[in-house]
Every structure is written in structure tokens, then in C-alpha cells.
Design a protein around this ligand. Structure first.
Ligand code: SAH
Length: 392
């Protein structure tokens, strides 16, 4: 009888296409609650179980329902029957000579994205996560920009990137002392503000103290300038804001960061000024890629200082990272230093970011996967094939 009921419940909520058992790993608490309610638990119990699950999965990193000792055996067995705790498949894992690590993860058939762990010199390190596979923005100096958008990643898929890194670094439980994975940056593939709902849910999950326990002030979201979403990002997530600026004049920015044609510098800066809680302890990071002869003059450094007036800011100067067929060169070292000097003297921290992981194509702007979006016709053919498969 119990079995029968379960099956009936299942049919009401699962699509009738053959699907692998659902993994709960990385799932935000509200979704976990719905899963537990679908199993037949009353809302109060579902809530409690969801909280227990997320602690086992995201604080202790367990990959086996058997390890969940405060969950009744019968329920554990039921969970193991219906769900897994698997991470998405790691297609490739590379380690750079400088210690940077890169994972290529398969989120689904033909949906592969990259994440990069950048260990710091001090006792901290950042995981750079992707929010989309591919990108719609077409910034001319960015390798990801040459890959069409495949799709948005779900919150669970974003969180799974953190689980994978923490597995690899063996840093469970989350509060492990001296952990090396201390920060998250949304600076991988994609434009996070074109996927804000999932990004916000992922940040809730990553910052949960009974979960992955990486505080909101240690999470940075970078945007190329989706102005209307910027204040909303701050209100919903409390994350730190980074802006991919790269040019200080509209004519140049229109060309190299084309979203500027939609939201020009004035619109962008109005949105940035509306970001909640900005101050000395919460500064906006401005990323500025150094492109030889394009945006690296002393005059532009001075204009940058003017543009930033009144905004609590720090500036990351990023030496351009080359990729095959890129139409740019990196500025000369002296030029970068001269640029940094002008910005520094105006009172802004402006570290020149040492390129990391260039040898494994893990540096800023070098991420790209082979995934391509399927046509609607292809998807229909696949669904039809799955249906036939089911009926056999
Ligand atoms: N779409 C978001 C998130 C990506 S962040 C955004 O644009 O902010 C990736 C950062 O690397 C961005 O600042 C991007 O401008 C920068 N970048 C892209 N290509 C680069 C390259 N070839 N060399 C150095 N930095 C690059």
C-alpha cells in the first residue's frame, strides 16, 4: 500500500519522460521542502526534514543517506529510493602550475560549464562560478562571449559547483578551520543579472550558516551592466557588487561591452549609486581589462577617477588574457603600472590582478565550453525518442 501511494504521488508531479533519479544535493531549502511534501510529509515535518537534509548535504557534505543519523531509518530508505545525493558529472579537472584548478561540469546533455578555484597567497581562496552556459553579451575581448547562450543554470546547478570544489579540497564540514575556499565570485561564464532569480536562490543556499556557510560579504556578483537589476541584486542578496567597466567613454564602451548601447554609463552609474549599503566597508569593485592601445591611456585613467567620484570603489586592473583568435593584445607592463599609479594617487586601491591559471585556460575571460543550444526540432526528436524508450 505504502509503495502504491508513493508511486501515485510521484506521477502527479514528475514529467512522464524517463528521468534519472533527482539529486537533492545543492537544492535550496524551499525546493527541498516541496520535495518532502511530495513524499507525503505534512508541511511541518517537511520543513524540519528539509532543514536536516540541507545540514547533512551542505554543511557536512555527506553523499549517502545512511549517514543522516537523525533521520528515521524508514524515511532514509525512502529517500534513497527516490533521490540521490550525486553531484553533476565532472567532465574534466585541470590543475595549473600556479595551483588554480578548473572543472568542466556536465549539467545535462550538451550543457557543460566551467568553474575555477583560485587559491590566494594568504589563507583565502575564491571559487569563480558560472551562472549561465554561454552568454548573450558579446563583449569583444571575452572568450565566453563567442559562445552562444545555451541556457541559464539553476540555483542547484550553481550550488553544485561549490559542492564539487569543496569535495575536491576536502573541506567538509563547512566551518572547517583554515579552509581555503573562503569566497565566491560570480565571474565565470554568463551574465548573473540575466539569471537573477536563480543566482539569488543560490546565494541564499551558499550563505546559509547551517549549509555552505560562506557569508554574503564574501560573495561577489559581477555584471557587465544590467542597470535595472543592480539595486535589486543588492536588496535581494546582500552580495558585494562588481562592475565590468573596461571603458570610460560611451563610444568605446558601446563597442567593447555592447550592453552599453542599452544602458549607457550615466544609467549604469545611477544604478550603482542606488546599490544598498555602499560605504567604506562595502565598496564596488570595478574591473578594467587592459587592452593595448584601446583603453589604457593616461587620459583614460584620469577620466576613470572622475567617473568614480562619490562611489566607494576599488579598481581591479586585469591584464588582458589572450585566447585563440582574440583581436587584442595585453597592454605593456609599464602602461599598466602608469595607469594604476594615476588611479592610486587619486586614493583608490587599484591592484593589478596577476593572471592565474592561464596555462589551463582558467583566467578571466578564457572560459568557454563546446556546448551548443539545441534547436526546438532536436529537442522534440529527443523527447520522442525518450517516449519510445519508455514504452518498451
Ligand atoms: N558577465 C559578467 C560576469 C563575467 S565576469 C560580467 O561581465 O561581469 C568575467 C570578468 O572577466 C569580466 O570582468 C570580464 O570583463 C573579464 N574578462 C573577459 N574577458 C577577459 C580577458 N580576455 N582578459 C581579462 N579579463 C577578461
Amino acid at each position: 500500500m505504502g509503495r502504491l501511494m508513493k508511486t501515485e504521488l510521484d506521477l502527479t508531479r514528475r514529467p512522464q519522460v524517463a528521468a534519472a533519479p533527482v539529486s537533492l544535493a545543492g537544492m535550496p531549502v524551499p525546493a527541498l521542502r516541496s520535495e518532502m511534501e511530495a513524499l507525503g510529509l505534512d508541511p511541518k515535518k517537511a520543513r524540519m526534514r528539509a532543514h536536516q537534509l540541507r545540514r547533512w548535504m551542505h554543511y557536512f557534505g555527506v553523499q549517502d543517506f545512511d549517514g543522516m543519523t537523525d533521520i528515521a531509518k524508514a524515511l532514509r530508505a525512502q529517500l534513497a529510493e527516490q533521490y540521490t545525493l550525486e553531484r553533476p558529472e565532472i567532465v574534466e579537472h585541470k590543475i595549473s602550475v600556479d595551483g588554480t584548478q578548473k572543472w568542466l561540469t556536465r549539467f545535462g546533455p550538451n550543457v557543460e560549464g566551467e568553474s575555477v578555484f583560485i587559491p590566494d597567497v594568504a589563507r583565502s581562496g575564491a571559487l569563480c562560478v558560472s551562472s549561465q552556459v554561454g552568454c548573450t553579451l558579446n563583449c569583444t575581448f571575452c572568450h565566453t562571449g563567442t559562445q552562444k547562450l545555451v541556457r541559464n543554470l539553476t540555483a542547484q546547478e550553481i550550488v553544485a559547483q561549490v559542492l564539487i570544489a569543496r569535495d575536491e579540497l576536502e573541506e567538509w564540514p563547512s566551518a572547517a578551520e583554515n579552509r581555503r575556499l573562503t569566497n565566491i565570485v560570480f565571474m565565470g561564464m554568463g551574465e548573473p543579472l540575466y539569471n537573477l532569480d536563480h543566482v539569488a536562490d543560490a546565494i541564499d543556499t551558499i550563505s546559509d550558516g547551517d549549509g555552505l556557510a560562506i557569508g554574503r560579504r564574501r560573495i561577489t556578483v559581477s555584471t557587465a551592466g544590467v542597470a535595472p537589476k543592480i539595486p535589486e541584486l543588492g536588496a535581494r542578496t546582500g552580495a558585494m557588487l562588481a562592475i565590468s567597466l573596461h571603458a570610460v567613454r560611451d563610444d568605446l564602451r558601446d563597442e567593447i561591452v555592447p550592453i552599453n548601447r542599452k544602458y549607457d554609463l550615466q544609467t549604469l552609474f545611477e544604478a550603482i549609486r542606488a546599490y544598498p549599503d555602499l560605504g567604506n566597508s562595502k565598496r564596488v569593485t570595478f574591473e578594467y581589462v587592459m587592452l593595448k592601445g584601446v583603453n589604457d591611456s593616461a587620459a583614460e585613467a584620469r577620466d576613470l577617477v572622475k567617473l568614480l567620484r562619490g562611489v566607494p570603489a576599488k579598481i581591479n586592473l586585469i591584464p588582458f588574457n589572450p585566447w585563440p583568435g582574440a583581436p587584442y593584445e595585453c597592454s605593456d607592463w609599464e602602461t599598466i603600472e602608469a595607469f594604476a599609479d594615476i588611479v592610486n594617487r587619486a586614493g583608490y586601491a587599484s591592484p593589478i590582478r596577476t593572471p592565474r591559471g592561464r596555462d589551463i585556460f582558467a583566467a578571466c575571460g578564457q572560459l568557454r565550453s563546446e556546448s551548443v543550444k539545441k534547436s526546438a526540432a532536436e529537442k522534440r526528436r529527443e523527447a520522442a525518442a525518450a517516449d519510445t524508450h519508455l514504452s518498451h
